[in-house]
Ligand binder design. Structure first.
Ligand code: 16G
Ligand code: MG
Length: 578
């Protein structure tokens, strides 16, 4: 039920029009994400649409379960443009279980946002809209200077439609998803996880689970000074405060006040420009260490470091060999393998102790960007099934749900583990032999990739294996050299790929040229796909040597330029621009 007359809602929409009259604003890989000047009109419309989405979701739950009185479920919205620079902003929505919204809700949302005919809008969406949900919309935003203003536009639209909004202020994307999931605990959380739907609850849950895990698998992690603390590059974004808060939770809970902190958060908002020469996108794509804007970062050793992105839902680890050179990069693939190896060892310990325990399946989900060496190691050495999906957390997440333990990571560092109900039952039975199996689902954020949760998990596992970053880099598998480039094109939608983006279907002339290139270099692989977040086509190449990978990426990018309507001189892509 609208709280103000529909005519007034239309008037507000006229005050905040969509900037481009003819552009169809798409939901993209992870939400609406554009240069900030486009976002005002979009945000207000997403706010208005939130009521309609709640209604659609309510109708769906009703039909699916055949009960009239389904409890209504909270949803969430995060205002951020993730790894993009400060000139962008965006918005992504969370489903009641904390995952990304499903395709049918994306479609409804895109149709509502792009409806330019306001008379039609009023008649279709506002007149006679008499749904009032008891459920809420949780809202959070990142540290961008315009995020708060955009949040208030969302709230204006949502409240006009009668939606109850809870504004959690500045937080990380995974915190927001955690809050949404925990607000709907009855429907989606197993009994072994106590609901804590708040920022403080998130920090307490992370802090206590980390300490419990270390207690059982790596007591050395929490019993004194670490020789090398983990230096965290927070991309001058929202992750900084989250890391600080979780660290202080661990310090207090674990009675560690007299020890040197094992985490050193660096690159605080304001110390440098957001996501610029720092953060996980910079480190992973440029293969360069970040600029350490913080004094503490400049002075510290650089042998155990990680970088998160602007909304702290992704992470990569690294050791720098100099201020300009990356020694080793431990990306999402390496994280997935580390977690897979640990789970496998714990599972065999559990079955060794009690062969009658119910069987649980485990699988890893990756994308075409996964380094070929990681896929091979998972399949051949760990003997774990691997599924390759389209880029974007929502696709990986969905595929991971097919396993009892579904580990998913993109090479760029987005990822987490999801657990089935059968796993939770198994873990509670296996608890006396392997307590870690029961603790892990409390440390791991099952809703969405979470840099803070991943950071704590990886740290505990490295301490458990007694591995340095160097050991982690060398003891599993050696990455095939790879290179990523991007090509500016007139219209990226001319590029269409197959289901898992390993082959280009349109323009039809491109794939044969890429195939020829691959057959020229044995053991190599290249593919391209249209970005879902920028107006570019991305090119990936991997080959047995660094020179071959670089050369192959350059040639493939040239082919994309030729076949897909490249913009600007071809020579521009001969440099390794990200
Ligand atoms: C978004 C996606 C990420 C994906 C990236 C690809 C989420 C939360 N994030 O950041 O998974 O890897 O886009 O960007 O889904 P691209 O389409 O520009 O290559
Ligand atoms: Mg992000």
């Amino acid at each position: 039920m609208t709280t103000i007359p529909p005519e007034q809602i239309i008037e507000t929409m006229q005050q905040h029009p969509l900037l481009d009259e003819s552009t169809e604003y798409g939901y993209g890989t992870a939400g609406f994400r554009f240069k900030v000047e486009h976002m005002d009109g979009i945000m207000l419309r997403v706010g208005i649409a939130s009521a309609i989405l709640q209604y659609e979701l309510f109708q769906n739950t009703k039909t699916n379960t055949n009960t009239n009185q389904q409890p209504q479920q909270d949803m969430g919205v995060m205002i951020t443009a993730s790894h993009n620079d400060e000139s962008y902003n965006g918005v992504k929505l969370s489903n009641p279980d904390g995952s990304m919204i499903p395709p049918h809700l994306e479609e409804t949302l895109v149709a509502i946002v792009n409806q330019r005919d306001l008379d039609l809008f009023q008649n279709t969406h506002l007149k006679g809209f008499d749904f009032r949900s008891t459920a809420k919309f949780h809202v959070g935003y990142d540290t961008r200077s315009h995020s708060e203003r955009l949040t208030s536009l969302f709230i204006k639209g949502a409240q006009a439609m009668g939606v109850t909004v809870i504004n959690h202020g500045v937080l990380t994307t995974p915190m927001l998803h955690h809050i949404v999931l925990h607000s709907n605990a009855k429907a989606y959380l197993p009994a072994s996880i106590p609901p804590c739907p708040s920022r403080a609850g998130y920090c307490q849950a992370m802090g206590s689970a980390y300490l419990e895990l270390c207690n059982v698998v790596a007591p050395c992690a929490i019993t004194g000074d670490r020789s090398t603390p983990l230096l965290v590059d927070c991309a001058c974004g929202v992750g900084y405060k989250a890391v600080q808060e979780v660290l202080s939770e661990i310090t207090i809970r674990g009675n560690l006040t007299t020890c040197k902190p094992f985490l050193v958060p660096c690159n605080e908002p304001g110390e440098g420009p957001l996501n610029t020469n720092c953060g996980s996108e910079h480190v992973q794509k440029q293969l360069k260490p970040p600029t350490w804007y913080s004094k503490t970062g400049q002075d510290a050793a650089k042998s155990y470091c990680c970088s998160v992105d602007g909304d702290a839902d992704r992470i990569v680890f690294f050791a720098a060999s100099s201020s300009n050179e990356l020694g080793s990069l431990l990306d999402g693939d390496k994280i997935a393998v580390l977690i897979g190896k640990f789970f496998q060892a714990e599972l065999s310990k559990a079955y060794g102790g009690n062969p009658k325990l119910p069987k649980v399946s485990m699988g890893v989900v990756q994308t075409a960007y996964a380094n070929g060496a990681s896929t091979q190691y998972l399949e051949k050495n760990l003997k774990v099934p691997v599924v390759i999906t389209k880029t974007g957390v929502k696709h990986l997440h969905h595929a991971a749900l097919e396993f009892d333990i579904g580990i998913y990571f993109e090479a760029n560092g987005h990822g987490t583990v999801v657990f089935s109900q059968a796993y939770h039952e198994f873990a509670s039975q296996a608890k006396s032999i392997c307590p870690a199996l029961e603790i892990l689902p409390r440390l791991i954020n099952p809703a969405v990739g979470d840099a803070v949760s991943d950071l704590l998990l990886v740290d505990a596992l490295l301490q458990h294996f007694e591995w340095t970053v160097q050991d982690w880099a060398t003891k599993l598998y050696t990455d095939l050299p790879s290179r990523q480039l991007k090509v500016q094109v007139k219209d990226r939608s001319v590029v269409q790929c197959n289901d898992n983006e390993t082959k280009c279907l349109q323009p039809t002339t491109l794939q044969p040229a890429l195939d020829q290139l691959m057959s020229d270099i044995p053991g190599s692989r290249t593919f391209c796909r249209a970005s879902g977040t920028e107006n570019v086509v991305r090119v990936y190449a991997e080959a047995p040597t660094r020179e071959q990978a670089d050369k192959m990426a350059t040639i493939a990018a040239g082919l994309v330029h030729t076949h897909c309507g490249g913009v600007g001189p071809k020579s521009a892509i001969l440099f390794f621009k990200k």
